[in-house]
Design a protein around this ligand. Structure first.
Ligand SMILES: Cc1cc2nc3c(=O)[nH]c(=O)nc-3n(C[C@H](O)[C@H](O)[C@H](O)COP(=O)(O)OP(=O)(O)OC[C@H]3O[C@@H](n4cnc5c(N)ncnc54)[C@H](O)[C@@H]3O)c2cc1C
Length: 362
């Protein structure tokens, strides 16, 4: 089976890995010219850790995990309201078995695991036409190809999704978030600092990365859907500055570092809720198919598990396996999406995450 995967985030390379393990051919086309850096520290937990283990990556993933010693909540004038050496808002209890890892570190490990996968960076699908036996693909570069299956792993704003389900728009959850790297001008030592500006509807979480050399700055604000150009990063930085400067403390200084950040990322907190994930020989996985939003803390785990289940069902039954992929994954997806809507004020509470751990059998 020849499979074309759109998107080299987490879901795409994970699917490519599992397809290769099952003896299929995998090509990944990624719009960006190279693997995209950046992103928050993400949690890999529950059954997703089993998937990582089966990929032979558990040791490397644990080695690359963040090593926070604790966290502080600050007031706008910098006064420490409370601190904890047991808990960090990004990941819950610091002694838990879950692994918190920077998004780009995980993406690199997953991408490296897959042998014999063709990666086409700096290209994208420009046209798809399917018939009973395959899918004809036209690439933006002008190249063409025919595949047995096309998988959209191209994230929250998936173009593959728009092609097969043009009416499906993400459900906005009332907030936006920006994440970027800054030098560790605060001198933090494996520590997280959080601020909540309830009166301006904004918040920030800052933590160390790369042996304290860097900070990952997360700033967000509540808002209905905003009309902005997703390719105009300057306009997005201006929005963030306008909405978050009032948080006080060192935030204006950290916002000034946004312009030089090599990995500025800005997006809506949103979910993708679809009645079906496939149309004929074209299917979706990860955020493209069932983004649970950063509020769930489960987007990466869903992507890893989805890739595993999809590849397994394709290996068992070919394209006919798409229906089983969906039947197996849907309850797990719905439970994880509910974590976000049940926790609108912040990442999902650890006690609700336990429910997710038992929601699917590999
Ligand atoms: C740079 C970056 C930073 C992120 N930071 C965070 C974060 O801080 N917090 C959080 O909760 N989640 C973040 N995410 C999303 C997070 O990675 C996903 O929720 C989760 O890991 C599931 O991964 P995914 O592979 O489905 O989607 P993603 O990781 O979003 O990967 C999708 C990939 O598809 C590519 N792509 C998009 N459109 C096309 C196209 N038309 N053709 C080809 N390729 C395309 C993108 O460039 C990207 O590499 C980030 C994603 C990216 C790309």
């Amino acid at each position: 089976m020849r499979v074309l995967i759109s998107g080299a985030g987490i879901a795409g390379p994970a699917l490519a890995y599992w397809l290769r393990r099952h003896g299929a051919e995998a090509t990944v086309v990624e719009r960006a010219p190279a693997p995209r850096p950046g992103g928050q520290a993400l949690d890999v937990r529950g059954v997703a850790l089993d998937v990582v283990d089966r990929m032979g990556l558990l040791g490397d993933v644990r080695k690359a995990r963040t090593r926070m010693r604790g966290s502080s909540m600050l007031a706008a004038d910098g006064t420490e309201l409370f601190r904890s050496t047991e808990f960090a808002p990004s990941s819950g209890r610091l002694d838990s078995d879950d692994v918190e890892i920077l998004r780009d570190d995980l993406a690199e490990l997953v991408g490296r695991a897959a042998d014999g996968v063709e990666y086409r960076y700096g290209d994208a699908i420009a046209g798809l036409e399917q018939d009973a036996d395959g899918v004809d693909v036209r690439f933006a570069s002008g190249a063409t190809g025919r595949f047995d299956l096309v998988a959209g792993a191209d994230g929250l704003h998936s173009k593959v999704r728009r092609t097969i389900f043009p009416a499906a728009a993400p459900h906005h959850l009332g907030a936006y978030v920006a994440v970027y790297t800054a030098p560790n001008v605060l001198g933090l030592d494996e520590w997280q600092v959080w601020l909540r500006g309830e009166e301006i509807g904004a918040g920030a979480g800052i933590y160390t990365a790369r042996d304290n050399a860097e900070l990952r700055v997360n700033v967000g604000f509540m808002s209905d859907v905003l009309p902005y150009d997703r390719h105009d990063l300057d306009a997005q930085r201006t929005l963030v500055r306008e909405r978050c400067s009032g948080l006080g403390w060192e935030i204006p200084r950290l916002l000034a570092a946004m312009d030089a950040a090599p990995d500025f990322y800005f997006d809506a907190m949103a979910q993708v809720r679809l009645d079906a994930w496939s149309s004929g020989r074209i299917t979706l996985l990860g955020d493209a198919g069932y983004c649970p939003s950063p509020l769930s803390g489960q987007g990466t785990s869903l992507a890893l598990v989805g890739a595993y289940v999809l590849a397994e069902e394709l290996a068992r039954s070919g394209v006919g396996g798409l229906a089983v992929y969906e039947t197996r994954m849907r309850p797990f997806v719905e439970l994880n999406q509910a974590l976000a809507t049940e926790n609108p004020g912040g990442p999902a509470a650890p006690e609700s995450i336990d429910r997710a751990k038992v929601a699917i059998t590999l």
